[in-house]
Design a protein around this ligand. Sequence first.
Ligand SMILES: CC(C)(COP(=O)(O)OP(=O)(O)OC[C@H]1O[C@@H](n2cnc3c(N)ncnc32)[C@H](O)[C@@H]1OP(=O)(O)O)[C@@H](O)C(=O)NCCC(=O)NCCS
Length: 211
Amino acid sequence: MPLELRGFTLADLPRGLEIEKLAYAPNPFTPVLFPGPFPEEAKKIRSEYFIKTLEEDKTARHVKVIDTEIEGDENEQMIAWAKVHVHKEPPKLTPRVFGPGSNVEACEKLWGDILAQRTRLVGENPHVCRNRSMTHPTQQGRGAGTMLIQWALGQAQELSLPAYLEASPDGHSLYLKNGFQDVDLLETDLRQWGAKDMHKTWNMMWYPKEV
Ligand SMILES: CC(C)(COP(=O)(O)OP(=O)(O)OC[C@H]1O[C@@H](n2cnc3c(N)ncnc32)[C@H](O)[C@@H]1OP(=O)(O)O)[C@@H](O)C(=O)NCCC(=O)NCCS
């Protein structure tokens, strides 16, 4: 199997952000939430957020999946990546900031609802939060997403902490297969901004095995 987990460093960020853009491009809510245009300033703001997280946020852990059969260095071999936050203490949950090219009102509605739900479900409790995971669209269905979530669950099991995530329709069945349970379904109405359907986010929990 040519897929391997490796550490994700600052050098991986440009490729990571490219994968993020491509992975979310087919999502029907992307043009509603992020209609663009995206000046260089927008890319800078996004990149600075991840640099700050990589360098300063002690709760954040990043990982990537590489395909060792792709020609090139580890950066070029990267096909997927993920970030978790390990909250041994109750987390400080802060609202996300949206840069140029975003539909700020729609984004604040969606991520405001998501944050309120997260606060209600796990805000006060130590837990591992799978914050994001994505696979390059041409590489999906090969097991990289499974490797990422298994890695996140390994962190949670090691610390005997529950894991929490918010699943998109793309990831929902994968997380059910990996032992997460639905605890709620958040439906957000973005139709006033042109969405055709309700936006769905499954709130999911996983509990460590007792050792
Ligand atoms: C969700 C996401 C990260 C999954 O990544 P992935 O690398 O395709 O994940 P996997 O390959 O491990 O699993 C995807 C499917 O392929 C199946 N699969 C895994 N390995 C496989 C293999 N070797 N052969 C065939 N199928 C396989 C899985 O069982 C899963 O099936 P399901 O969708 O019916 O549950 C990816 O679809 C993505 O980036 N989506 C866009 C971004 C997004 O929504 N991210 C947030 C997710 S909450």
